[in-house]
Design a protein around this ligand. Structure first.
Ligand SMILES: Cc1ncc(COP(=O)(O)O)c(C=O)c1O
Ligand SMILES: [Zn+2]
Length: 438
């Protein structure tokens, strides 16, 4: 990849270039729009509005989105790129910088439903099945593809762990230098899974919010001028990757939107994008415009969005995160107000659970569905239980919960509480003594 100054996606005439499978369809994106003041911009490498510093989001041509059909999607590959007609970049397969994540299993969770008293149907969207075992591969594939189109020569990220894993793996796959910054106290599984790809991994003595501040400052230096920080200067493109979770759930349900969904929140971006995905599908007539309610899940150790929800605040007051759900430990969530908006607009709610409940959530999901979640999934399952018990979630309605990461990444809180049920010598006598046979 050549070292060129970051430019605009619009300088390239997407659509003109013939691909192996025929002409490349144009991107449906027409620019960036400020979520705060509505100012519009080209498809540039910027995440904050020049007018008001509000967050920028990809703006689509509604005509192009409305033209999308089920048949077109179903004819696509078994990964996120089947939804390319609804994404800002990656229409041309040759453009993609991607581990091709997505189309992860939607697992029917009848035994968990029975235990919780949910009669309307319960599903687990299991994103631990992605290439680096979390939903972050979706956002990184979009960010890395946009970074290449914008002319960057390096990628970087501030991460609570999963993003680090995914950025380093994407960089390794395509031979692109990457710089990943993590809090030094992350789980050993997440550190090893980032380091193994042989990229630059910087452990920072501080919280995620400290790491984020450092990378914002580094991004302004000459040394990082040609670097795409996936969740900073190319964040508008990055964030769109999370929409594919919503598209897949709808498609896997037979082109239907579930009545309720429970989503873990760190920055709050994933939650807003699942809701956005369903609004787009309904607007395109790809699914019926049924009503859905969006529920957010946080840990008690890092609950700024839950607190704002409980108090009826529109602004989110930052906290200092603690607790075992480290991947969700963002004390100053960038998309908090937008997550609150989606939750309130759809009539949802927010739950928060402590560390013991999180471990119990992991064990409940594993015991009843055979899915081993990381701590973020434990948060979501424990919040699901809480929402049912409080009567905030309707047990007679179809519900989907997200498992966003793999349990092997966060073994540490499980090790003290699970292990072999028996220990025997290799003899029948010992097996009998242990009660395995009569
Ligand atoms: C496993 C897992 N789930 C959920 C999230 C929340 O994502 P968001 O920041 O989009 O709210 C993260 C973020 O790092 C994560 O790692
Ligand atoms: Zn603005």
């Amino acid at each position: 990849m050549t070292l060129t100054a970051p430019g605009s996606l619009q300088t390239d005439s997407a659509g003109a270039r013939p691909a192996a499978g025929g002409p490349v369809p144009p991107s449906p994106a027409r620019g960036l729009v400020c979520r705060n003041c509505g100012a519009t911009f080209g498809l540039i490498a910027e995440h904050a509005c020049a007018e008001c510093f509000g967050p920028l989001e990809v703006d689509y041509d509604p005509e192009r989105l409305r033209a999308v059909t089920r048949e077109q999607i179903e004819a696509g590959p078994q990964n996120i790129w089947r939804y390319a007609a609804l994404l800002p970049v990656g229409q041309d397969p040759a453009d993609r910088v991607s581990l091709d994540p997505g189309m992860t299993p939607l697992v029917r969770a009848d035994r968990l439903a029975a235990e919780l008293g949910i009669t309307g149907g319960l599903w687990v969207k299991d994103d631990s099945a992605n290439p680096t075992h979390s939903f972050k591969d979706r956002v990184v594939s979009l960010a890395a593809t946009a970074a290449k189109r914008l002319g960057y020569s390096k990628i970087a990220a501030a991460s609570t762990g999963n993003l680090a894993n995914s950025v380093a793996a994407h960089a390794a796959r395509v031979g692109l230098p990457s710089y990943v910054f993590i809090p030094a106290d992350l789980e050993p599984g997440k550190v090893v899974q980032s380091a193994v790809y042989g990229q630059t991994l910087v452990a920072v003595d501080g919280s995620y919010d400290d790491v984020n501040r450092l990378t914002s400052e580094l991004a302004e230096t000459d040394e990082f001028e040609d670097t795409a920080f996936v969740n900073q200067n190319v964040r508008p493109y990055y964030a769109e990757g999370s929409k594919t979770v919503g598209y897949e759930i709808a498609e896997q349900l037979g082109w239907r939107i579930p009545a309720q969904v429970v989503i873990p929140m760190a920055s709050g971006s994933l939650l807003t994008k699942v809701d956005k995905a369903w609004r787009e599908l309904a607007a395109a007539g790809v699914v019926e415009a049924t009503e859905w309610r969006v529920f957010g899940a946080q840990s008690a150790g890092c609950d700024p969005i839950a607190t704002a929800f409980d108090n009826g605040w529109d602004v989110v007051k930052p906290v200092k995160p603690t607790g075992i759900a480290k991947s969700l430990n963002i004390g100053n969530p960038a998309d908090g107000p937008y997550a609150l908006d989606a939750i309130r607009r759809t009539g949802g709610s927010v739950g928060r659970v402590g560390d013991e409940q999180i471990v119990q959530g992991i064990r409940d999901l594993a015991r009843t569905t055979g899915v081993f979640a990381e701590t973020a999934g434990g948060v979501t399952v424990a919040v699901l239980r809480q929402l049912v018990e409080d009567g905030r979630l309707d047990p007679t309605k179809e519900t989907v919960v997200l498992n966003t990461g793999e349990g092997l990444k966060t073994l540490d809180p499980l090790e003290p509480v699970v292990g072999p049920t028996h220990r025997v010598e290799p003899s029948l006598r010992s097996a009998r003594a242990a009660g395995l046979i009569g």
